[in-house]
Ligand binder design. Sequence first.
Ligand code: MN
Length: 285
Amino acid sequence: MRLCRFDNDRLGLVRGDRLYDVTSATDLLPAYRWPLPAGDGLIANLERLRQPIEAAAAAAEPRAVSSVKLLSPVANPGKIIGAPVNYKKHQAEASADREINFDAEIKTIDKYGLFLKATSALVGPGEGVALRFTDRRNDHEVELAAIIGKTGSAIAHDQALDYVAGYAIGLDMTVRGPEDRSLRKSIDSYAVLGPWLVTADEIDNPDNLDFDLRVNGEVRQSANTAALIFDVAKLIHYASNFYTLQPGDVIMTGTPEGVGPVDPGDTMIARVEGVGSMTVSVRAA
Ligand code: MN
């Protein structure tokens, strides 16, 4: 199942290039009152909504996916988790490029651990990326994103993938500089998630997916998730040893080699095998 959020917070079921408005299925979500439960309500209730979503789609007139504005498929993640230097060839390029490392030693993920991006940075592909600090280098980082489906802490490695609701494409946009990465990667619109969530049952092996990113038609990054240093299950296991994972938490699993700058006016097209592709425009904030 491929689920998107579009236009004015509508819920869509995507089949091929067709989109079915299944917003009526969200009427079955619990009526929330303050304080809101942790995590994303839709993701937390995804399994029970499956059948109502299918029923709503059967009654809906399809429209072209290309006719809507795609928002982040996860509306309210409790956290967006990032994985630094999780591909060896990216580690090598970061170590060699002072414009990336700013004289800080590039360690490995087992030394750095993980980081967090502010949830206020989250946008969908239809919203685009609004660059700040355009006198500095703003880089694209295409990544496989895993979306957590149920609450878990200290999750065993061999059960970790059971906690995944689905997958999407993530762009971990970054302004290079000396500040802490949690700041540089948390600028509004610097966390792109889309084009939709593909439920985990449709992805046989998240650790063997081709993915790439083009800027203005030029291939900048092209890799396979088989080259991850910490694979998806290990990222979940590792993260949950520190903090409880909740429905809707997003793990951006790390970027491969080929990161590079984008400027206002550029167009990025990101693709992940088994998920799809998304087009993201870049502008000045
Ligand atoms: Mn990254």
